[in-house]
Write a protein that binds this ligand. Structure first.
Ligand code: PMP
Length: 393
């Protein structure tokens, strides 16, 4: 039976990692993989995470199962971090296996509620969005998002396309730090998106995987909070992988805002059911680390300070790269790098130019020219800038 399986297309980003490892050149630069790296190339365990783990190790007396929805302390603390004020009478939530698990289950929930659902998704988007929907057999339509000329959001096109989503359809939005482009909506544009969804009755699913990596914890959630305050039904898939640096602990939260308390209870039940079907009880360690940090003033302050350092490192590298490119290219056409937010920017290079950067300069980025700013440091920024200009990008 198993020999009937068809080979799966290898993940392009994972292939790139392998290719990078096999490259023996000195000075090669990895801008492919989607994890934060400090200027020494290390993905650190954050200080508050270490301390929380120590406290958990000292105090935990049992590792019996948690509850199906995950611990309430975690769900409440993370929902508050995302939403600011949590409207308890209309908020359902379950702990999930990472942000990916929350997205997957949000889509399953949408299909349970509306078997005819179509999902509207940005073009481009995180490739796993598309791959999960294809695997689920879920119909989806891409909406225009990125303007290859300005490297900003093509907002008129986006509005025209998401307006086609009907009542009971889902519109998948990146809450902040759009992956892969780095181009984001302004608060005014979020207002307009809300007005479109208000009119059509389509439901937003907000993928919030980088809260704190763009302009700050609250600033990065402002679009999500606006949507949550204005629309009757909202799905949010939050991930703690990046902002707590606990990638491998698989810590996520699916939040659903519902029309009323009755719908909240139904939704809570359906989401716990989905946990049960998919993996039963959710992972607890990462969730406990997060709730330990968020509910202790000292740990929370230290975590926020370290997150701020990460954010400022990214912003500093963006500014440095944009300014190097300004002087080397004698133009402002790369200023978008300083305007983008989060870990990624789409450079707008052709596949051939991406190939040239790899072959000539040992600079690895994803084929669509997404570069991970965190793969740089102050010394490698000028190297990249020179290679970009030499490749004629
Ligand atoms: N959404 C986006 C846009 C992402 O980039 C990622 C991580 N690469 C995720 C969701 C999922 O994160 P995780 O499952 O690791 O929590």
């Amino acid at each position: 039976m198993l020999s009937n399986l068809k080979p799966q297309a290898p993940d392009k980003i994972l292939m790139l990692i392998e290719e990078f490892k096999g490259d023996t050149r000195q000075g090669k630069i990895d801008l492919g993989v989607g994890v934060y790296k400090d200027p020494n190339g290390v993905t650190p365990v954050m200080r508050a995470v270490k301390e929380a783990e120590k406290r958990i190790w000292e105090s935990q007396t049992s590792k019996a199962y948690t509850v199906l929805a995950g611990e309430a302390d975690y769900r409440n603390a993370l929902a508050a971090m995302v939403l600011g004020d949590v409207p308890a009478d209309r908020t359902a939530s379950v702990a999930t296996v990472g942000g990916t698990g929350a997205i997957r289950q949000a889509l399953e929930l949408a299909r349970m509620a509306n078997p005819d659902v179509t999902v509207y998704v940005s073009d481009p988007t995180w490739p796993n969005h598309l791959s999960i929907m294809k695997f689920m057999g879920l119909p989806f339509v891409e909406y225009r998002y990125f303007d290859n000329e300005t490297r900003g959001v093509d907002f008129e096109a986006m509005k025209a396309d998401i307006a086609k989503a009907g009542k009971g359809d889902v519109v998948l939005l990146h809450g902040c730090c759009h992956n892969p482009t780095g181009a984001n909506l302004t608060l005014d544009q979020w207002q307009e998106v809300v007005a479109i969804l208000e009119k059509s009755g389509a439901i937003p699913l907000i993928d919030l995987a980088y809260q704190g990596f763009g302009d700050g914890l609250d600033a990065d959630a402002q679009g999500t909070r606006l949507v949550a305050s204005r629309l009757p039904e909202v799905l949010i898939a939050a991930s703690c992988s990046k902002n707590f640096g606990i990638y491998r602990e698989r810590t996520g939260l699916l939040i659903a805002l519902t029309e009323n308390a009755e719908a909240r209870d139904l939704t809570q039940g359906a989401m716990a059911f989905l946990n049960r079907q998919n993996f039963s009880f959710p992972p607890d360690h990462g969730a406990r680390v997060v709730s330990t940090i968020l509910t202790d003033d000292g740990l929370r302050g230290d975590w926020m300070a370290e997150l701020e350092e990460i954010r400022n490192t990214l912003l500093g590298l963006r500014d440095q790269l944009a300014s190097e490119l300004r002087s080397l290219s004698d133009s402002d056409r790369f200023d978008f790098i300083a305007r983008h937010r989060g870990m990624f920017s789409r450079l707008g290079a052709t596949p051939e130019q991406v190939q040239t950067l790899k072959q000539e300069s040992g600079i690895y980025m994803v084929g669509d020219s997404r570069l991970n700013i965190a793969g740089l440091n102050r010394d490698t920024v000028p190297v990249l800038a020179r290679a970009i200009v030499e490749a004629g990008i």
